[in-house]
Design a protein around this ligand. Structure first.
Ligand SMILES: Nc1nc2c(ncn2[C@@H]2O[C@H](COP(=O)(O)OP(=O)(O)O)[C@@H](O)[C@H]2O)c(=O)[nH]1
Ligand SMILES: [Mg+2]
Length: 363
């Protein structure tokens, strides 16, 4: 049987989003860089600084083999233009397009591709400038994952088994300023240090995404975010904004709980004979690990950890104290102002600050 799934891939230009899509095409050879007789690419990639993807484009790859599993995936890979762009207006245009697409299609996962080897200090700045927009993706309840695409060679990290660990810690420091936490949670970061491994990481994300969905939220286009600040902003509105954000954390924790539970069920031999449970268990852990059983312990610990955090969050929601509410409101207001500043909408910005002096004050 083949399971249907869609991933929407986002991120700055030149990170390898289109390249990754092409990897699913069995006729595509990334090593073949001969100028003439260039193979027809599903998603256009090009050397140079400019982004060469200007529209959202999807391709369906049928019966993609999942390593170590008998199931296959009919994978829709959706490539998007570089976001954020260095032109803030263009950034918002692209953002709105992606948001509308995601709300409409509800893909299984949203993947933010980052290429740390081509790291540009401007990328970091841009991701931070538009942190408010990155947060919108999280609100959908769709599984959000970060995929680190290092275009390096396999040799770079040595030939030992700890290659992946080494690569992981190297990347952790490189991406620490990107504001990953605005988009997803730290346990949703995937690493690849060679293009041959990229596909596998996407399939891992897909398998986890299928068991993970927890809430059905929507992302908002920029004008809807803006109109929020045009309305009356009283204490109850701020409180409900705060509650929404805690609720989204709760949804994420619940999704993690669901995932670890499914893994434990798989490990203890209650493998379900259909669908994703078996697929994700076998693939993400490997057959040997499942048999070994020690992995159950790992998932049990993770499960307990999340249950504890969930309790804490629920308490937070109950008490809902004014300090937390204001802290959250000020932060988001600051992020919104940062975007207006980038758009050079100084008048609007000043008006807004006058209207909401209580959000502008620093403690
Ligand atoms: N060798 C190699 N080249 C890559 C990899 N990822 C991206 N590239 C190259 O980097 C450039 C930018 O990639 P592209 O997919 O166009 O980036 P996008 O703007 O995010 O879609 C292209 O020339 C790709 O061929 C990789 O993992 N390995
Ligand atoms: Mg592209």
């Amino acid at each position: 049987m083949s399971v249907e799934a869609e991933v929407v891939v986002i991120g700055r230009a030149r990170q390898g989003k289109s390249f990754l899509g092409n990897c699913f095409d069995p006729d595509y050879d990334p090593e073949d860089d001969s100028e003439d007789d260039e193979p027809e690419q599903t998603f256009k990639t090009k050397e140079g600084i400019e982004s060469c993807t200007s529209e959202i484009k999807s391709a369906l790859f049928k019966k993609v083999k999942v390593p170590k599993a008998s199931e296959t995936v009919d994978l829709t890979y959706t490539d998007t233009p570089g976001f954020p762009d260095s032109d803030p207006k263009k950034t918002l245009e692209i953002f709105d397009k992606i948001v509308k697409y995601i709300n409409d299609k509800r893909p299984e996962a949203i993947i933010w591709v980052i290429n740390p080897s081509g790291r540009n200090p401007e990328d970091e700045k841009l991701y931070n400038r538009f942190s408010l927009l990155m947060k919108e993706f999280k609100k959908t309840g769709i599984f959000c994952a970060v995929l680190i695409n290092n275009q390096g060679s396999k040799r770079e990290f040595g030939s030992k088994n700890n290659k992946k660990e080494k690569a992981k810690s190297a990347y952790d420091t490189q991406i620490s300023g990107y504001g990953i936490e605005n988009f997803t949670y730290e346990d949703n970061i995937y690493y690849s240090y060679h293009y041959e491994l990229l596909k596998g990481e996407v399939l891992k994300i897909v398998s986890r995404a299928i068991v993970s969905e927890s809430s059905h939220g929507k992302a908002r286009i920029f004008e809807d975010i803006r109109s929020e600040y045009e309305g009356q902003f009283d204490q109850s509105a701020l409180t409900s904004k705060y509650r929404d954000s805690v609720n989204s954390e709760i949804a994420h924790l619940k999704s993690g709980i669901k995932w670890h539970k499914s893994q434990i069920e798989g490990c203890s031999g209650v493998l379900k004979s259909e669908g994703w449970n078996i697929l994700s268990t076998v693939f993400t852990l490997g057959v040997a690990n499942v048999v070994a059983g020690g992995i159950t312990l790992y998932h049990q610990e993770e499960l307990d950890d999340r249950k504890k955090s969930l309790k804490k969050r629920k308490k937070k929601l109950q008490s809902c104290n004014i300090e937390d509410v204001m802290k959250h409101a000020k932060k988001e207001f600051g992020e919104f102002c940062t975007i207006l500043k980038a758009l050079k909408q100084t008048e609007e910005l000043e008006k807004l600050k006058e209207r909401f002096p209580f959000l502008t004050e620093t403690d």
